[in-house]
Design a binder for this molecule. Structure first.
Ligand SMILES: *Cc1c(COP(=O)(O)O)cnc(C)c1O
Length: 418
Protein backbone atom coordinates (compact mmCIF):
# COMPACT_ATOMS: atom_id res chain seq x y z
CA UNK A 1 0.00 0.00 0.00
CA UNK A 2 1.20 3.48 -0.76
CA UNK A 3 0.03 7.05 -1.17
CA UNK A 4 0.72 7.66 -4.86
CA UNK A 5 -2.70 7.61 -6.52
CA UNK A 6 -4.57 9.23 -9.40
CA UNK A 7 -7.13 11.95 -8.85
CA UNK A 8 -8.87 13.15 -12.00
CA UNK A 9 -6.20 11.37 -14.01
CA UNK A 10 -3.39 13.30 -12.32
CA UNK A 11 -0.87 11.36 -10.20
CA UNK A 12 -0.70 12.64 -6.62
CA UNK A 13 1.80 12.07 -3.85
CA UNK A 14 -0.52 12.21 -0.83
CA UNK A 15 -2.28 15.59 -1.32
CA UNK A 16 0.13 17.10 -3.85
CA UNK A 17 0.14 16.68 -7.64
CA UNK A 18 3.48 15.07 -8.52
CA UNK A 19 3.71 17.44 -11.50
CA UNK A 20 3.84 20.44 -9.17
CA UNK A 21 6.85 19.01 -7.35
CA UNK A 22 8.57 18.13 -10.63
CA UNK A 23 7.97 21.65 -11.90
CA UNK A 24 9.35 23.22 -8.75
CA UNK A 25 12.51 21.11 -8.40
CA UNK A 26 13.06 19.82 -11.92
CA UNK A 27 13.66 16.25 -13.07
CA UNK A 28 14.83 13.63 -12.50
CA UNK A 29 14.00 13.41 -8.80
CA UNK A 30 12.87 11.09 -6.04
CA UNK A 31 9.66 11.75 -4.11
CA UNK A 32 8.81 10.03 -0.82
CA UNK A 33 5.54 9.82 1.10
CA UNK A 34 5.66 10.52 4.83
CA UNK A 35 2.35 8.75 5.36
CA UNK A 36 3.50 5.56 3.64
CA UNK A 37 6.73 5.47 5.61
CA UNK A 38 4.94 5.80 8.93
CA UNK A 39 2.32 3.23 7.98
CA UNK A 40 4.94 0.68 6.95
CA UNK A 41 6.95 1.19 10.12
CA UNK A 42 3.82 0.88 12.26
CA UNK A 43 2.81 -2.27 10.38
CA UNK A 44 5.97 -3.93 11.73
CA UNK A 45 5.62 -2.45 15.18
CA UNK A 46 2.02 -3.60 15.53
CA UNK A 47 2.68 -7.00 14.01
CA UNK A 48 5.33 -7.82 16.62
CA UNK A 49 3.51 -6.20 19.51
CA UNK A 50 3.62 -8.68 22.37
CA UNK A 51 7.04 -10.04 21.42
CA UNK A 52 9.99 -8.07 22.86
CA UNK A 53 11.59 -6.69 19.73
CA UNK A 54 13.60 -3.90 18.12
CA UNK A 55 13.11 -2.84 14.52
CA UNK A 56 16.54 -2.00 13.14
CA UNK A 57 15.83 -0.36 9.79
CA UNK A 58 18.47 -1.27 7.17
CA UNK A 59 19.97 2.07 6.17
CA UNK A 60 21.36 0.80 2.91
CA UNK A 61 17.85 0.80 1.41
CA UNK A 62 17.55 4.56 1.82
CA UNK A 63 19.65 6.71 4.10
CA UNK A 64 18.22 10.14 3.46
CA UNK A 65 18.70 12.01 6.77
CA UNK A 66 15.10 13.27 6.86
CA UNK A 67 13.77 9.73 6.50
CA UNK A 68 16.17 8.53 9.20
CA UNK A 69 15.05 11.33 11.51
CA UNK A 70 11.42 10.45 10.92
CA UNK A 71 12.07 6.78 11.74
CA UNK A 72 14.21 7.72 14.75
CA UNK A 73 11.42 9.87 16.15
CA UNK A 74 9.12 6.87 15.91
CA UNK A 75 11.44 4.70 17.96
CA UNK A 76 13.18 2.86 15.13
CA UNK A 77 16.70 1.41 15.41
CA UNK A 78 19.26 0.86 12.67
CA UNK A 79 21.08 -1.93 10.84
CA UNK A 80 24.29 -0.42 9.46
CA UNK A 81 26.97 -1.89 7.19
CA UNK A 82 29.63 0.83 7.23
CA UNK A 83 31.13 3.61 9.30
CA UNK A 84 29.27 6.07 7.10
CA UNK A 85 25.92 4.48 7.87
CA UNK A 86 26.79 4.40 11.57
CA UNK A 87 27.53 8.13 11.46
CA UNK A 88 24.27 8.84 9.63
CA UNK A 89 22.22 6.76 12.07
CA UNK A 90 23.73 8.48 15.10
CA UNK A 91 23.33 11.94 13.56
CA UNK A 92 19.68 11.22 12.86
CA UNK A 93 19.19 10.57 16.56
CA UNK A 94 18.95 6.78 16.49
CA UNK A 95 20.23 5.63 19.90
CA UNK A 96 23.44 3.59 19.74
CA UNK A 97 21.68 0.96 21.85
CA UNK A 98 19.38 0.28 18.89
CA UNK A 99 22.13 -0.06 16.27
CA UNK A 100 23.42 -3.37 14.93
CA UNK A 101 26.39 -3.54 12.59
CA UNK A 102 26.74 -6.21 9.86
CA UNK A 103 28.95 -6.59 6.79
CA UNK A 104 31.82 -8.90 5.79
CA UNK A 105 34.44 -6.16 5.54
CA UNK A 106 34.38 -3.94 8.63
CA UNK A 107 37.55 -1.84 8.83
CA UNK A 108 39.48 -1.32 12.08
CA UNK A 109 38.59 2.36 12.31
CA UNK A 110 34.92 1.51 11.72
CA UNK A 111 34.98 -1.14 14.45
CA UNK A 112 36.63 1.29 16.88
CA UNK A 113 34.02 3.94 16.21
CA UNK A 114 31.17 1.52 16.75
CA UNK A 115 32.75 0.31 20.01
CA UNK A 116 33.18 3.86 21.26
CA UNK A 117 29.59 4.68 20.32
CA UNK A 118 28.46 1.60 22.32
CA UNK A 119 26.21 0.05 19.70
CA UNK A 120 23.86 -2.82 20.57
CA UNK A 121 25.96 -5.45 18.78
CA UNK A 122 28.26 -6.41 15.94
CA UNK A 123 27.00 -9.09 13.61
CA UNK A 124 30.27 -10.90 12.98
CA UNK A 125 30.75 -12.62 9.62
CA UNK A 126 34.05 -14.54 10.00
CA UNK A 127 36.57 -15.87 12.53
CA UNK A 128 39.12 -13.33 11.31
CA UNK A 129 36.73 -10.48 11.97
CA UNK A 130 36.03 -11.92 15.42
CA UNK A 131 39.75 -11.77 16.25
CA UNK A 132 39.99 -8.21 14.94
CA UNK A 133 37.02 -7.01 17.00
CA UNK A 134 38.49 -8.71 20.06
CA UNK A 135 41.88 -7.03 19.62
CA UNK A 136 40.37 -3.60 19.07
CA UNK A 137 38.09 -3.98 22.10
CA UNK A 138 41.06 -5.02 24.24
CA UNK A 139 43.05 -2.00 23.10
CA UNK A 140 40.12 0.28 23.93
CA UNK A 141 39.54 -1.53 27.24
CA UNK A 142 35.88 -2.22 26.50
CA UNK A 143 33.80 -5.31 25.90
CA UNK A 144 32.46 -5.88 22.40
CA UNK A 145 28.82 -6.99 22.23
CA UNK A 146 28.53 -9.56 19.46
CA UNK A 147 26.32 -11.94 17.55
CA UNK A 148 27.57 -14.30 14.88
CA UNK A 149 25.92 -14.08 11.52
CA UNK A 150 25.15 -17.62 10.51
CA UNK A 151 24.36 -18.77 7.04
CA UNK A 152 21.47 -21.24 7.32
CA UNK A 153 21.74 -22.46 3.69
CA UNK A 154 18.18 -21.56 2.79
CA UNK A 155 17.15 -20.66 -0.73
CA UNK A 156 15.02 -17.50 -0.48
CA UNK A 157 13.99 -17.96 -4.17
CA UNK A 158 14.87 -14.44 -5.14
CA UNK A 159 17.36 -12.88 -7.57
CA UNK A 160 20.84 -14.49 -7.17
CA UNK A 161 22.43 -11.06 -6.58
CA UNK A 162 20.22 -10.55 -3.52
CA UNK A 163 20.40 -14.09 -2.12
CA UNK A 164 22.71 -14.09 0.87
CA UNK A 165 21.89 -17.25 2.79
CA UNK A 166 23.08 -19.98 0.44
CA UNK A 167 26.15 -22.16 1.06
CA UNK A 168 28.18 -20.49 -1.68
CA UNK A 169 27.46 -16.98 -0.38
CA UNK A 170 30.23 -14.75 1.02
CA UNK A 171 27.97 -13.78 3.92
CA UNK A 172 27.93 -15.25 7.39
CA UNK A 173 29.36 -18.41 8.87
CA UNK A 174 28.07 -21.78 7.58
CA UNK A 175 25.60 -22.95 10.19
CA UNK A 176 27.34 -26.30 10.61
CA UNK A 177 30.48 -24.39 11.67
CA UNK A 178 28.63 -22.02 13.96
CA UNK A 179 29.13 -24.03 17.14
CA UNK A 180 32.91 -24.07 16.85
CA UNK A 181 32.90 -20.34 16.08
CA UNK A 182 30.85 -19.64 19.21
CA UNK A 183 33.30 -21.75 21.21
CA UNK A 184 36.11 -19.65 19.79
CA UNK A 185 34.23 -16.48 20.70
CA UNK A 186 33.81 -17.71 24.24
CA UNK A 187 37.57 -17.95 24.61
CA UNK A 188 37.99 -14.28 23.74
CA UNK A 189 37.41 -12.45 27.02
CA UNK A 190 36.60 -9.04 25.54
CA UNK A 191 33.72 -10.44 23.53
CA UNK A 192 30.28 -10.40 25.08
CA UNK A 193 28.21 -13.00 23.20
CA UNK A 194 24.65 -11.71 22.93
CA UNK A 195 22.98 -13.21 19.91
CA UNK A 196 22.60 -15.05 16.65
CA UNK A 197 22.11 -13.16 13.41
CA UNK A 198 20.91 -14.30 9.99
CA UNK A 199 19.79 -12.52 6.86
CA UNK A 200 18.98 -14.79 3.94
CA UNK A 201 18.30 -12.36 1.13
CA UNK A 202 16.05 -9.65 -0.16
CA UNK A 203 12.73 -9.29 -1.99
CA UNK A 204 11.49 -12.57 -0.48
CA UNK A 205 7.83 -13.09 -1.31
CA UNK A 206 6.92 -16.20 0.69
CA UNK A 207 6.94 -16.99 4.40
CA UNK A 208 8.59 -20.40 4.34
CA UNK A 209 12.25 -19.32 3.90
CA UNK A 210 11.90 -17.14 7.02
CA UNK A 211 10.37 -19.99 9.01
CA UNK A 212 12.91 -22.56 7.82
CA UNK A 213 15.85 -20.28 8.60
CA UNK A 214 14.50 -19.31 12.00
CA UNK A 215 13.97 -22.95 12.94
CA UNK A 216 17.61 -23.66 12.17
CA UNK A 217 18.67 -20.66 14.24
CA UNK A 218 16.53 -21.71 17.20
CA UNK A 219 17.98 -25.23 17.02
CA UNK A 220 21.44 -23.66 17.12
CA UNK A 221 20.48 -21.58 20.17
CA UNK A 222 19.56 -24.83 21.98
CA UNK A 223 22.91 -26.39 21.12
CA UNK A 224 24.62 -23.27 22.42
CA UNK A 225 22.55 -23.39 25.59
CA UNK A 226 23.81 -26.94 26.19
CA UNK A 227 27.34 -25.60 25.92
CA UNK A 228 26.56 -22.93 28.47
CA UNK A 229 26.38 -20.14 25.89
CA UNK A 230 23.18 -18.22 26.56
CA UNK A 231 21.65 -16.23 23.72
CA UNK A 232 19.54 -13.13 24.33
CA UNK A 233 18.97 -11.69 20.87
CA UNK A 234 17.76 -13.45 17.76
CA UNK A 235 18.30 -11.15 14.80
CA UNK A 236 16.29 -12.46 11.87
CA UNK A 237 17.54 -9.89 9.35
CA UNK A 238 15.36 -8.24 6.75
CA UNK A 239 14.34 -9.30 3.29
CA UNK A 240 10.56 -9.14 3.17
CA UNK A 241 9.56 -8.31 -0.40
CA UNK A 242 7.24 -5.67 -1.81
CA UNK A 243 4.92 -5.63 -4.84
CA UNK A 244 6.81 -4.22 -7.84
CA UNK A 245 4.67 -5.84 -10.50
CA UNK A 246 2.28 -8.65 -9.60
CA UNK A 247 4.02 -10.15 -6.57
CA UNK A 248 1.97 -10.70 -3.43
CA UNK A 249 4.49 -10.65 -0.61
CA UNK A 250 3.27 -11.40 2.90
CA UNK A 251 2.30 -8.55 5.22
CA UNK A 252 4.50 -8.13 8.33
CA UNK A 253 1.55 -9.50 10.30
CA UNK A 254 1.63 -12.77 8.34
CA UNK A 255 5.34 -12.97 9.02
CA UNK A 256 4.81 -12.38 12.72
CA UNK A 257 1.99 -14.93 12.87
CA UNK A 258 4.27 -17.54 11.35
CA UNK A 259 7.30 -16.89 13.50
CA UNK A 260 6.01 -15.74 16.88
CA UNK A 261 4.82 -19.23 17.83
CA UNK A 262 8.35 -20.53 17.19
CA UNK A 263 9.75 -18.02 19.66
CA UNK A 264 7.14 -18.51 22.35
CA UNK A 265 8.56 -19.26 25.76
CA UNK A 266 12.17 -18.89 24.55
CA UNK A 267 12.61 -15.48 26.16
CA UNK A 268 14.47 -14.04 23.19
CA UNK A 269 14.50 -10.40 22.24
CA UNK A 270 13.81 -10.35 18.50
CA UNK A 271 15.59 -8.00 16.12
CA UNK A 272 14.17 -7.28 12.68
CA UNK A 273 16.10 -5.51 9.93
CA UNK A 274 13.58 -4.46 7.29
CA UNK A 275 14.78 -2.09 4.57
CA UNK A 276 12.89 -2.44 1.32
CA UNK A 277 9.54 -3.23 2.94
CA UNK A 278 9.64 0.09 4.85
CA UNK A 279 10.81 2.46 2.09
CA UNK A 280 10.38 0.66 -1.25
CA UNK A 281 6.80 1.60 -2.03
CA UNK A 282 7.12 4.90 -0.16
CA UNK A 283 9.13 6.40 -3.01
CA UNK A 284 8.87 7.11 -6.73
CA UNK A 285 11.38 8.27 -9.31
CA UNK A 286 10.14 10.99 -11.66
CA UNK A 287 11.67 11.53 -15.05
CA UNK A 288 10.88 13.57 -18.18
CA UNK A 289 10.63 12.33 -21.75
CA UNK A 290 13.37 13.92 -23.85
CA UNK A 291 12.99 12.21 -27.22
CA UNK A 292 11.13 9.48 -29.01
CA UNK A 293 13.03 7.33 -31.42
CA UNK A 294 11.74 4.66 -33.76
CA UNK A 295 13.93 1.92 -35.17
CA UNK A 296 12.48 -0.58 -37.62
CA UNK A 297 12.22 -3.22 -34.87
CA UNK A 298 11.80 -1.12 -31.78
CA UNK A 299 10.58 2.08 -30.23
CA UNK A 300 12.61 3.94 -27.65
CA UNK A 301 11.47 6.54 -25.17
CA UNK A 302 14.56 8.46 -24.09
CA UNK A 303 14.16 10.04 -20.67
CA UNK A 304 16.33 12.30 -18.54
CA UNK A 305 16.80 9.72 -15.75
CA UNK A 306 19.41 7.02 -16.21
CA UNK A 307 21.05 4.00 -14.65
CA UNK A 308 23.25 6.30 -12.57
CA UNK A 309 20.08 7.60 -10.87
CA UNK A 310 18.14 4.32 -10.64
CA UNK A 311 20.39 1.29 -11.10
CA UNK A 312 18.03 -1.55 -10.21
CA UNK A 313 16.75 -2.27 -13.76
CA UNK A 314 20.32 -2.46 -15.13
CA UNK A 315 21.80 -4.30 -12.15
CA UNK A 316 19.07 -6.82 -11.35
CA UNK A 317 16.89 -6.60 -14.42
CA UNK A 318 14.38 -5.29 -11.90
CA UNK A 319 10.85 -4.30 -12.84
CA UNK A 320 9.44 -0.90 -11.94
CA UNK A 321 5.94 -0.01 -13.00
CA UNK A 322 5.93 3.10 -15.20
CA UNK A 323 3.02 5.50 -14.85
CA UNK A 324 2.35 8.76 -16.68
CA UNK A 325 1.82 11.74 -14.37
CA UNK A 326 -1.23 12.53 -16.46
CA UNK A 327 -3.32 9.59 -17.57
CA UNK A 328 -4.49 9.73 -21.17
CA UNK A 329 -6.51 7.69 -23.63
CA UNK A 330 -3.73 7.81 -26.18
CA UNK A 331 -2.97 4.72 -28.20
CA UNK A 332 -0.81 2.07 -26.51
CA UNK A 333 2.64 1.37 -27.85
CA UNK A 334 5.44 -1.00 -26.88
CA UNK A 335 8.68 0.74 -26.06
CA UNK A 336 11.94 0.53 -24.19
CA UNK A 337 12.30 3.37 -21.72
CA UNK A 338 15.97 4.24 -21.72
CA UNK A 339 18.24 6.82 -20.14
CA UNK A 340 20.87 9.16 -21.54
CA UNK A 341 23.89 7.21 -20.25
CA UNK A 342 26.39 5.90 -22.79
CA UNK A 343 25.86 2.22 -21.95
CA UNK A 344 23.64 -0.34 -23.68
CA UNK A 345 22.65 -1.54 -20.22
CA UNK A 346 21.13 1.84 -19.40
CA UNK A 347 17.40 1.25 -19.33
CA UNK A 348 14.59 1.83 -16.86
CA UNK A 349 12.00 -0.45 -18.47
CA UNK A 350 12.12 -2.89 -21.38
CA UNK A 351 9.31 -3.83 -23.79
CA UNK A 352 6.78 -1.88 -21.83
CA UNK A 353 3.28 -1.04 -23.02
CA UNK A 354 2.72 2.68 -22.47
CA UNK A 355 0.34 5.27 -23.83
CA UNK A 356 1.99 7.07 -26.71
CA UNK A 357 4.25 9.70 -25.22
CA UNK A 358 5.45 13.09 -26.39
CA UNK A 359 8.51 15.18 -25.65
CA UNK A 360 8.23 16.77 -22.22
CA UNK A 361 5.80 14.19 -20.78
CA UNK A 362 6.50 13.21 -17.19
CA UNK A 363 6.72 9.60 -15.99
CA UNK A 364 6.85 8.02 -12.56
CA UNK A 365 8.80 4.84 -11.88
CA UNK A 366 6.96 3.31 -8.98
CA UNK A 367 8.39 1.52 -5.94
CA UNK A 368 11.70 3.32 -6.23
CA UNK A 369 12.15 4.28 -2.58
CA UNK A 370 14.54 1.44 -1.72
CA UNK A 371 17.95 0.93 -3.34
CA UNK A 372 17.20 3.91 -5.58
CA UNK A 373 19.02 7.03 -4.48
CA UNK A 374 21.44 5.06 -2.28
CA UNK A 375 22.78 3.20 -5.32
CA UNK A 376 23.02 6.32 -7.48
CA UNK A 377 26.34 7.61 -8.77
CA UNK A 378 27.86 10.45 -10.74
CA UNK A 379 28.58 8.25 -13.77
CA UNK A 380 28.72 10.27 -16.98
CA UNK A 381 29.39 13.23 -14.66
CA UNK A 382 25.74 13.65 -13.84
CA UNK A 383 24.94 15.48 -10.61
CA UNK A 384 22.94 13.32 -8.21
CA UNK A 385 19.24 14.12 -8.21
CA UNK A 386 17.02 15.90 -5.68
CA UNK A 387 14.88 14.15 -3.07
CA UNK A 388 11.55 15.49 -1.81
CA UNK A 389 9.41 14.36 1.11
CA UNK A 390 5.63 14.89 0.90
CA UNK A 391 3.46 15.19 3.97
CA UNK A 392 -0.23 15.61 3.19
CA UNK A 393 -0.50 18.89 1.27
CA UNK A 394 3.05 20.02 2.00
CA UNK A 395 6.33 19.01 0.44
CA UNK A 396 9.92 19.53 1.50
CA UNK A 397 13.20 19.35 -0.34
CA UNK A 398 15.18 16.80 1.71
CA UNK A 399 18.24 16.73 -0.53
CA UNK A 400 19.14 19.42 -3.03
CA UNK A 401 20.15 18.38 -6.52
CA UNK A 402 23.92 18.38 -6.87
CA UNK A 403 25.47 21.12 -8.97
CA UNK A 404 28.35 20.99 -11.46
CA UNK A 405 30.50 22.41 -8.68
CA UNK A 406 29.84 19.23 -6.66
CA UNK A 407 31.44 17.25 -9.50
CA UNK A 408 34.86 18.69 -8.66
CA UNK A 409 34.49 18.67 -4.87
CA UNK A 410 37.67 17.24 -3.36
CA UNK A 411 39.47 17.13 -6.69
CA UNK A 412 42.97 18.68 -6.91
CA UNK A 413 45.04 19.73 -9.88
CA UNK A 414 48.72 18.91 -9.15
CA UNK A 415 51.10 21.86 -9.31
CA UNK A 416 52.79 20.63 -12.49
CA UNK A 417 49.51 20.99 -14.35
CA UNK A 418 48.76 24.50 -13.14
C1 LIG B 1 20.32 -5.53 3.07
C2 LIG B 1 20.18 -6.04 4.42
C3 LIG B 1 18.96 -5.90 5.10
C4 LIG B 1 17.74 -5.29 4.49
O1 LIG B 1 17.20 -6.07 3.47
P1 LIG B 1 15.79 -5.70 2.82
O2 LIG B 1 15.59 -6.72 1.79
O3 LIG B 1 15.92 -4.33 2.25
O4 LIG B 1 14.77 -5.75 3.91
C5 LIG B 1 18.90 -6.35 6.40
N1 LIG B 1 19.97 -6.92 7.00
C6 LIG B 1 21.16 -7.07 6.37
C7 LIG B 1 22.30 -7.69 7.09
C8 LIG B 1 21.30 -6.64 5.06
O5 LIG B 1 22.47 -6.81 4.44
Amino acid sequence: MHDFTYRNNELYAEGVPVRRIAEEFGTPLYIYSHNTLIRHFNAYRNAFNGQPHTICYALKANSNPAILRLLAQNGCGADVVSGGELALALRAGIPAKKIVYAGVGKREDEIARALKARILMFNIESADEMTAIHEIARALKVNAPVALRVNPDIDPKTHPYISTGLKESKFGIPIEEALEHYRLARQLPALNILGIHKHIGSQITTISPFVDALQKVIALSRQLQEQGIGIRYIDMGGGLGIPYNNEHPPHPRELSMAIMPLLEGCGFHLILEPGRSIVGNAGIFVTRVLYLKKHPQKEFVIVDGGMNDLLRPSLYNAYHNVLPLTRSRRKKVMADIVGPICESGDFLAMNREVNRLSRGDLLALMSAGAYGFTMSSNYNSRPRVAEVLVREKEFFLVRARETYRDLTRGARIPAFLK
